[in-house]
Design a protein around this ligand. Structure first.
Ligand SMILES: [Zn+2]
Length: 310
């Protein structure tokens, strides 16, 4: 049985301003992901008839309106997972005590706000270390989904950060070791180092296309459009788990008031309805080819029970 999971990182708009080194921000924009994008994802889930996994930045849930919006999704059967307490892009460079706070306090806060204990974790900016994997193990996290063995993504991120340094702008984003590019592309148990196989944490890597290792994530699918995305999907059909990672911002566009972000986030130019249709089209292709759509915690449980792919 081949699986497919769609997960959404609920990074709020304020995190995008931080990553791109933009100061300007109006209060109305600050909560667009929870206030506007979430209901669009609810519609996506309904239209595609799939469950979703939401990776929440726990501190965002201290705002009652945001917590209520996500709670409605949880009550509709979707999963809430842990995207850390405050989304420090350089989390892995902080002391281990800070990493523990960011992981464990997030679990407690999400449980307090949502009434369910999150079992999965995704690191801010996909940046992982053996130390952070150790923190996850000690925090009884059931699965991690942060490893993104994608050379094109890595190259672009390195180039953008280099360019920003040249221009004297500061980004909070940091680069992972290029060794992550040698990590398995299918679910595995991490060893030491975490990009090798071992007996540790269950890792569900973020999806790349077979052979080309092109990113198979929201941003790249949005830019590719429905036709080319379905063509790309042929390169993931048959994988034991197609782990599609979206962001809250993937169902927003510049008409939502985000024109200032467009130079940094060109996919915001694309109307959200078109991105919506692209994601639906991809899910339909995968379903038609026999993939069963499940939440990531269900996928993790499947691999615990039935063993890991080679
Ligand atoms: Zn994030």
């Amino acid at each position: 049985m081949n699986l497919c999971s769609v997960s959404i990182d609920l990074d709020e708009i304020s995190h995008y301003f931080a990553i791109h080194g933009i100061d300007a921000q109006t209060p109305e924009l600050a909560h667009l992901v929870y206030d506007r994008a979430l209901e669009r994802f609810a519609r996506l889930a309904k239209e595609c008839d799939i469950p979703l996994t939401f990776f929440a930045v726990a501190s965002d849930l201290e705002r009652p309106e945001s917590a209520a919006a996500l709670k409605a999704m949880v009550e509709a059967g979707h999963e809430v997972a842990n995207h850390s307490l405050s989304h420090l892009y350089d989390l892995t460079r902080h002391a281990v005590s800070v990493q523990e706070t960011e992981v464990q306090d997030a679990i407690e806060l999400i449980e307090a706000c949502m009434g369910v204990r999150p079992t999965g974790f995704r690191a801010p900016g996909y940046t992982m270390t053996d130390e952070l994997m150790g923190v996850l193990s000690r925090s009884e996290v059931a699965y991690d989904s942060s490893v993104f063995p994608c050379p094109p993504y890595f190259g672009v991120k390195a180039a953008v950060l280099g360019l920003m340094r040249l221009r004297g702008r500061h980004s909070r984003s940091i680069l992972d070791t290029p060794k992550v590019l040698t990590a398995p592309t299918r679910p595995y148990r991490v060893g030491t180092p975490y990009w090798s196989r071992g007996e540790g944490m269950l890792e569900l890597p973020i999806q790349v296309v077979r052979k080309s290792r092109l990113p198979f994530i929201g941003t790249s699918l949005a830019l590719a459009g429905p036709t080319r995305s379905c063509w790309l999907a042929a390169g993931v059909v048959g994988e034991p788990l197609v782990n599609i990672e979206l962001h809250g911002v993937d169902l927003l566009d510049e008409s939502d008031g985000l024109a200032a972000l467009v130079p940094h986030q060109p996919d915001l130019k694309i109307p959200y309805q078109q991105k919506f249709e692209t994601f639906c089209a991809v899910v339909e292709v995968l379903k038609a080819r026999g993939h069963r759509c499940v939440r990531l915690d269900e996928a993790a449980e499947h691999f615990q029970t039935h063993g890991l792919p080679s």
